[in-house]
Design a protein around this ligand. Sequence first.
Ligand SMILES: *Cc1c(COP(=O)(O)O)cnc(C)c1O
Length: 393
Amino acid sequence: MKKQHRTETDAIRTQIPRTDFMEHSAPMYLSSSFVFEDAEDMRASFAEEKDRTIYSRYSNPNTSEWIQKVCQMEGAEAGFAFASGMAAVFSTFAALLDSGDHVVASRSVFGSTHTLLTQIFPKWNIGHSYFRHDRLEEIEGLIQPNTRILYAESPTNPAVDVLDLEALGQIARKHGLLLVIDNCFATPYLQQPIRFGADLVIHSGTKLMDGQGRVLAGITVGPAGLIDRIYRFARITGPALSPFNAWLLSKSMETLAVRVDRHCENALKVAEFLSAHPRVNWVKYPFLKSHPQFALAKKQMKAGGCVVAFEVEGGVDGGRTFFDHIRLLSLSANLGDTRSIVTHPASTTHSKLSPAERAESGITDGMVRISVGLEHPEDICADLGQALDSIGG
Ligand SMILES: *Cc1c(COP(=O)(O)O)cnc(C)c1O
């Protein structure tokens, strides 16, 4: 898709055609199916001789608008929207892989993506090998003749490590693999992986894109040929996004840039506050100078995102005391919400990993993930501060 405007403008001005009412803001199309003019229209529509809406499992005007926005922002030709981020991850793999194929993936992936690779795909004889996020030199040794996809997230969940997208793109091209990047933590506003060589980009729209904790959604964007294969898989298996959620999301995109700018500003302040606190062992945030991939983060991203990872003193006990003293912030497993959220990855999102696997993903027992919201940063820091002080020395 040709880029005419900057991402902020694309997120606002990409719109489906107006109806005869000339509404300013796109209406909601809560319609499961669409009608045909006559027998010939019906035949030609099903024969795909025309591009039109038939049934909302295939496409819907609200869903199309959201897809177009994300495609414009990511610099992608086409996309398909799903009922959740995991539906996007699952369908992308399942549509493009055959039994006997193999995936090389970063070990630092979302908990459910890990379970998909280790427990679901083996049922269909689809294998995987993991590389460490900080050892891209391991990748070439893991590639097999049947490897099809190179898969990674950046920044990673929950440890906010940053992977070199350009280096991954070069490895994928050299070996004829598809590079698939889960860009959820960055959003298309902060980072566009296709610019660095990714073939397909996946998002959970549930996080910063909706940003208000209301909907589940997912999307995959990329070249029209690959998206067509994903579309043909998805229109039969049925993971389509609901038009209502698509409408909400498309409206949310209009404020994505201002929201994400403030999330990032607040997150940097929180990261700096935590870095100076005596009960905190370490802090990781992509745009904090102490982050091991600070320079790379600056190269790939416009700002650091909303997630800060840190470790409290005192391991599991310190963590429990900290969580039990949080008053304002929410104890929840989501992220990218207006409300700040604290999570304990070792006992929640990444509890299915073995302790050794967690260690390799940089997840320690005392590690806390905070999704910094849009409350006043001093109130966020005050709550974190009093909970940290309760740990004692
Ligand atoms: C949340 C998340 C997902 C899954 O998205 P859902 O909408 O919850 O299904 C995938 N990848 C990352 C990085 C996530 O944070």
